[in-house]
Design a protein around this ligand. Structure first.
Ligand code: SF4
Length: 463
């Protein structure tokens, strides 16, 4: 007799790496658990957390509190917390939430079946060991119709930016062996996959410390040569480690999408130095110019922190000035929040909250203007769109992304899901574009090649 599998629910906070880690958790637990979209059905409820900002940590703690009634109603439910907050807090989380069964860090993911088993037998488990090696990943399989995936190529970070908690909670930089990455991506492309996003805290330094060192651009070249793969993306890049070889790859590799997320954080040299970023605004802008030279039309996005300790109005104006000069298509901007263990948290000249809020509003208004201009430049052009799912705002419309990463909504026939369609851009909106499907243009319709795929199986994320 075959017993039905138990149900697993995962709530994910934070970045793409956490989304990829949640997929890995589901895969590692796949023999015992099936994923469910309904938290109230779960036998195992995992929260994958982010500690990069204080707000994300507070959200996790508030979610834990709100789960007490569910745990009371279903005492056999196993409740676990993984990711950066788990790594940072360890045993303290068990004391904070007496209804919690399991706390596991980044490397604990690979031991989840054993940890869950111990929790099921009544033990309150903590596994936040930070080994340097990366365990072998289990062989990955993709469900029918999957046309996009994320592949983690490295973990941890050696940079110790003075505001960032990542090196303390994710450990030192470790790269996966290139052969394993190439095999994983080749299997995905052979199964009909079109787009891969490579993930790491700083992919530009990929390969350091491997027995046979390999640079990140060399890895990209090997992946670009794989048959069937149409789109290659990566995140995140440290500007200091953006080599000329990588800049040139944007002009040379057909699958490498014309979009780069290059976090600058500040436009003032004094602040960049206090952040321990290892580059100046001049170096950053030189790299932007080189990228635009190697790949005209490349779209750039960035991360910006306002109100870093000691930031003056003059420093802030330098940031606005750099944004204009770089001409970012998109920016993710945040008020500085002190994180435990980081150097910047001890700096005496913290900026008052009201000043941070006022600067953030000005910075976001400028970015809105830059984004609007970037979108307006696309109107009237025909673009390739990977059709990702139905639009959240209008289920009659498809939603997809250009190679340059902008979101576009348009009306088209049902079979477009998972295909690369040509779309003429007709309208520019603040956060997305509107387009018209160019009839008969869809290619590589991977989802349609698979039986049982419905448009509800994927949905497009619109920021
Ligand atoms: S490069 Fe800096 S900001 Fe990025 S993860 Fe490493 S320490 Fe954090």
């Amino acid at each position: 007799m075959v017993w039905p599998k138990r149900k697993l629910y995962i709530r994910t906070f934070g970045c793409q790496m956490n989304v990829a880690d949640s997929e890995l958790m589901a895969q590692i637990l796949g023999e015992q658990y099936d994923l469910t979209a309904r938290a109230e059905d779960a036998d195992l409820f995992l929260i994958n957390t982010c500690a990069i900002r204080r707000k994300s940590e507070e959200k996790v703690k508030s979610l834990l509190g709100s789960l007490k009634p569910l745990k009371r109603a279903r005492p056999q439910l196993i409740l676990g917390v993984g990711g950066c907050v788990a790594q940072q807090e360890g045993e303290r989380l068990l004391a904070f939430a007496p209804h919690l069964n399991l706390v596991f860090g980044a490397k604990g993911i690979y031991r989840l079946p054993e940890l869950v088993d111990r929790a099921a037998r009544g033990e309150r488990v903590v596994d936040v060991a930070m080994e340097r090696d990366l365990p072998d990943l289990p062989h990955r399989t993709w469900s029918p119709g999957t046309f996009q995936t994320m592949v983690t190529i490295m973990r941890g970070c050696d940079n110790f930016c003075s505001f960032c908690v990542v090196p303390y909670v994710r450990g030192r930089e470790t790269s996966r062996e290139p052969g394993a990455i190439v095999d994983e991506v080749a299997a995905f492309a052979a199964a009909g996959g079109l787009e891969v996003t490579l993930l790491g805290q700083n992919v530009n330094s990929y390969g350091r410390g491997l027995p046979e060192p390999m640079t990140f651009p060399q890895l990209l070249r090997r992946l670009d040569a794989l048959p069937g793969l149409r789109r290659l993306r990566f995140a995140t890049s440290h500007p200091r480690d953006l080599s000329p070889e990588l800049v040139n790859a944007f002009g040379e590799l057909g699958s490498l999408c014309e979009h780069l997320h290059l976090p600058v954080q500040s436009g003032a040299n004094r602040i960049l130095q206090r952040m321990n970023r290892g580059y100046t605004r001049e170096h950053y802008l030189e790299k932007v110019a080189a990228l635009k030279g190697a790949c005209p039309g490349i779209a750039l996005s960035t991360d910006l922190i306002v109100g870093f300790p000691g930031e003056t109005e003059a420093d802030f104006l330098q940031t606005l000035d750099l944004m204009r000069e770089a001409g970012f298509d998109q920016a993710f901007s945040f008020k500085y929040s002190p994180r435990p263990q980081t150097r910047a948290a001890t700096f005496p000249d913290q900026v008052p909250e009201d000043v941070k809020a006022e600067r953030l509003a000005r910075l976001q208004a400028l970015q809105d203007e830059l984004t609007r201009k970037a979108h307006a430049r696309l109107v009237g052009r025909e673009q390739e769109v990977l059709v990702e799912g139905r639009s959240k705002r209008s289920p009659q419309e498809w939603c997809g992304r250009l190679r340059t990463n902008q979101v576009v909504n348009f009306i088209g026939p049902r079979e477009l899901l998972g295909s690369l369609a040509r779309v003429a851009i007709t309208e520019a909106h603040p956060h997305s574009l509107k387009g018209r499907w160019v009839e008969g243009s869809s290619t590589c319709n991977r989802a349609a090649e698979r039986p049982g795929t419905s448009p509800r199986e994927v949905s497009c994320s619109e920021r």
